[in-house]
Design a protein around this ligand. Structure first.
Ligand code: CU
Length: 107
C-alpha cells in the first residue's frame, strides 16, 4: 500500500501550484445582496485580476456578464473564461433592483 500512496502524494504536491493559479473566481449566493465574489473566504463586490479569469457561478440563477467583448451568460454551476482586458459588470438574470452589481477588472 505504501508504494501506491507515496507516488500519489508526490503527484498532488506537484500539481498544487498549477491548480491554485487556475482556481476559478467564484460568485456565491449570500444574502443580503444575493450574490458576491467569494475570494479567500471573504465576500466582496469587486475584484481585480490578471487575465484570463474563469468565473464559476454558484448563484441561484444565471449570471449576466457585460464586458469589453459583449455580454455573456454563465449558467448555474457553469464556468465562463474571460480573456479581454477591461471592466466587467456582473448581475444575475432576473435579480431584484437592490441586489448586488459586481465589478470585475481584468488587467
Ligand atoms: Cu444572485
Amino acid at each position: 500500500m505504501r508504494k501506491l500512496i507515496l507516488p500519489a502524494l508526490a503527484a498532488l504536491v506537484l500539481a498544487a501550484p498549477a491548480a491554485a493559479a487556475k482556481a476559478p473566481l467564484v460568485v456565491a449566493m449570500k444574502d443580503p445582496g444575493c450574490h458576491w465574489f467569494h475570494v479567500g473566504g471573504k465576500y466582496t463586490l469587486s475584484v481585480t485580476r490578471h487575465g484570463p479569469v474563469t468565473l464559476l457561478n454558484q448563484d441561484e440563477a444565471a449570471l449576466k456578464i457585460k464586458g469589453p467583448s459583449g455580454t455573456k451568460i454563465d449558467k448555474i454551476g457553469a464556468k465562463v473564461t474571460l480573456r479581454a482586458k477591461g471592466t466587467y459588470r456582473i448581475t444575475m438574470v432576473g435579480q431584484a433592483p437592490d441586489d448586488n452589481h459586481l465589478t470585475l477588472k481584468i488587467s
